[in-house]
Design a protein around this ligand. Structure first.
Ligand SMILES: Nc1nc2c(ncn2[C@@H]2O[C@H](COP(=O)(O)OP(=O)(O)OP(=O)(O)O)[C@@H](O)[C@H]2O)c(=O)[nH]1
Ligand SMILES: [Mg+2]
Ligand SMILES: [Zn+2]
Length: 356
């Protein structure tokens, strides 16, 4: 079956709804444009739209398709259009909370096996930001890999120092330093890509995500642009998420650089990312220790005696505070939505009564 070439496997096969698949066929969302989707059934892209039911019944963006999603579609015989009727259960979902007053989820990609977090080794390199990305990826139960791009701009000794710095904080994560300018170094990235697995590239604008994909497909298929000279910041060249099939059978999703990672933290992601702190907390005197000013706090003791870097401790507190804040406002919003839903239903009932 062609579907295997774009990532379909036993996990999804098991979840195939035979009722739905009688009239509809599975396809994968490979790109999202402003007003339409692109899906593939393994034999090329087709422009797709959502059924009204799917569009209007969605209470939250979580119920709409993301890139990488498996969906049930109906494809016109001439392949000019497909209609998306339903979404398969997701194996994983990479999402973040959107920045701003309204607390909502923004979907980054679905059914990702591994997220490649890219930081350029030049001015972009920032451990605290790396931690943020890791919290988001860990929260989704997706395996992270760290890619350090633009290695051509630094001496080997400087690169090694940065790798050591990352390793001391995140010992279990694979790190690959590479340059898009050097084919043999691009090969070191290619080597970790497993056929049938889906990868997602994450990182600031201008770090070389699209350039890497162009190297991997061996062509200038996708647009890239030079970073502004003045502040070293990218310009958001990639504006849509899309899934690309590589020759070796791996699938990779390019994403627009994230301007701001916003508030991403949720508990399990925090614990995995700050594993050494989670371990220390077990030795705190009080079970509900907040690790801010308590007597007998093992975390504070570690900061005092230098085994826990103060910067990392502060980063942990900051992410935790954000997490708590957004959890609270998210709950509040859900509650309002629920009440509003009830209100609508009661109005409908009254109307029915009046009529009946
Ligand atoms: N020196 C050097 N420059 C690179 C490397 N990789 C990419 N670049 C340059 O960095 C600039 C930005 O690359 P893109 O691939 O467009 O960056 P991006 O991460 O896709 O950016 P967005 O699409 O905006 O998120 C381009 O001018 C690339 O030529 C590298 O390994 N070394
Ligand atoms: Mg790009
Ligand atoms: Zn404590």
């Amino acid at each position: 079956m062609q579907l295997e070439n774009i990532g379909f496997n036993a996990w999804f096969q098991e979840r195939l709804d035979s009722g739905k698949s009688r009239e509809l066929q599975p396809a994968r969302v490979i790109a999202i444009n402003k007003n339409s989707y692109q899906v593939s059934d393994g034999s090329g892209p087709v422009t797709a739209e959502l059924t009204g039911r799917l569009m209007f019944n969605a209470d939250s963006p979580l119920e709409l398709p993301a890139v990488g999603d498996w969906v049930y579609v109906q494809i016109a015989d001439d392949r000019s259009l497909a209609v998306i009727h339903d979404i398969f259960p997701r194996k994983t979902l990479l999402k973040r909370k959107t920045v701003g007053k309204r607390v909502e989820w923004q979907l980054i990609a679905a059914n990702i096996d591994s997220a490649m977090i890219i930081q350029a080794l030049d001015a972009d390199f920032n451990l605290r930001r790396l931690e943020r990305y890791l919290v988001m990826v860990n929260e989704s139960n997706i395996t992270p890999v760290i890619l350090l791009s633009k290695s051509d701009l630094l001496h080997t000794t400087e690169i090694e120092a940065k790798k050591t710095e990352i390793r001391s904080l995140m010992p279990d994560i694979g790190i690959i330093a590479f340059s898009n300018i050097d084919a043999s170094q691009v090969d070191s990235v290619r080597r970790v890509l497993i056929p049938g697995c889906t990868y997602c590239l994450l990182g600031s604008s201008g770090v070389g995500k699209t350039t890497l994909i162009n190297r991997l497909v061996d062509g200038e298929l996708y647009e890239t642009r030079a970073v502004r000279e003045k502040d070293g910041k990218g310009r958001h060249t990639t504006s849509r998420r899309q899934l690309i099939s590589l020759d070796n059978g791996a699938l990779i999703i390019d994403t627009p650089g994230m301007r701001e990672l916003g508030n991403i933290a949720v508990d399990s992601g925090l614990e995995k990312t700050f594993g050494e702190i989670a371990e220390l907390t077990e030795q705190c005197r009080f079970n509900d220790c907040s690790h801010i000013n308590e007597e007998g706090c093992a975390v504070l003791a570690a900061v005092e005696n230098g085994t826990l870097e103060r910067e990392r401790y502060l980063s942990y507190l900051k992410l935790r505070r954000e997490s708590e804040y957004y959890e609270a406002s998210y709950r509040e919003k859900r509650e309002k939505d629920r009440k509003f839903g009830k209100y609508c239903k009661s109005v409908m009932k009254d109307k029915k009564k009046e009529r009946g």
